[in-house]
Design a protein around this ligand. Sequence first.
Ligand code: 3BY
Ligand code: FES
Ligand code: FE
Length: 425
Amino acid sequence: MEPIAHLNLEDPLGDARRFALETMSHHPFGFSLPQPFYNDERLFQLDMQTIFEREWIFAGMSCEIPAKGNFITLDIGHNPVVIVRGDGDAIHAFHNTCRHRGSRLCSTEKGKLAKLVCPYHQWTYELDGRLLFAGTEMGEDFRLEDYGLAPVALTEAGGYLFVSLAENPPDVSDLKAIFDSYLSFYDMANLKVAVTTTIEEQANWKLVLENNRECYHCNGSHPELIKSLYEFDDTEDPRATPEYRSLVARKQQEWDGLGIPWKMSWAGGKRNRLTRTPLVEGTVSMTMDGRAACRRPLTHQGLEDMGSLRILHLPNSWNHFVGDHAAVFRVLPLGPQRTQVTTKWLVHKDAVEGVDYDVENLSRVWDATNAQDRRLAEENQRGINSLAYRPGPYSPTYEYGVIDFIDWYRTTLAANLGSSPALSL
Ligand code: 3BY
Ligand code: FES
Ligand code: FE
């Protein structure tokens, strides 16, 4: 496909780009960002161009499209994307826009179809994107093969689906390796979504991520979550108490004996982190009573106390896998101060609702936690919008995860600004 020409007469983001590069080059390490990064429309657009249209974005799980013709959609800013399973287990991702006059093709979040048929004038595409039918009135020179759907880069890693809108997406081999190895332990092809929630937070996407990257606020804000989750973000948390460290050592020995992977792994610098941490002693799941919410395990092995496998994917996902279910979170920016957060609770596909699990019990802890985090992020945004806001220091021990996220953000922003011909100064 021809590259898309950008209207660049006045270079509307030129100032934003210069501001971002200039500010980032002086920004003190370990401090929150200057105000415009959290609330300005132009810097938001810059984030979309340099991060969300370039990096690998968590889209969904392959178990959501188990059969040929199953699809899911998502919007990355103004870019509707559709992911569909085709022949022979192949998964395809496309820009969800018709090659006739651009209508969006699939308008629901998920579904099943035999072909991709445009609702406007019924141009019809094969599941691999080839245009099959465009009526009989397109003129003699019209060639179906010139109007296939525009592909979007897709990576499947351990049952996760990532898409990148970039022409040359970042290398992803290390991501694939760690996801495939960690998640092979789970029956990923045989999971299903038990329930999904989508909330909109009136806060910049980076505030949603920053809030997730620390548990400084957990004791004060998350009474349900701290019943099962320790405030330590990983097994090397600098604040970890001797009791926690000895619990970690004990559990790791136990997990080694059972063949349950737990080692902390990184990919893409600070982009991905996978690690298993113990749950609060006496609990095996993120539920109100700490007991499993689903009788069917996620693994082939059965229901052991396997703590939580915590998966971080920047810029837009965090995840918890406990023995009986998983909670996967997807963040998509909607505007400078608006962010969509979608949570999916996964269980084994053979688990029967009302018999093996109860949706309310399954989702209660993270439903409450999401609502609490939403209020925190929104209050954070309101205060940042003040004339008096100045970047403030992150705690090196309590907020090292936030420091890592901001460091990833500024490095990625600078690298992508510098490397993109369309965006270079
Ligand atoms: O568990 C999480 O996903 C993050 C880390 C700590 C706070 N927050 C709930
Ligand atoms: Fe899709 Fe016309 S816009 S068929
Ligand atoms: Fe929180």
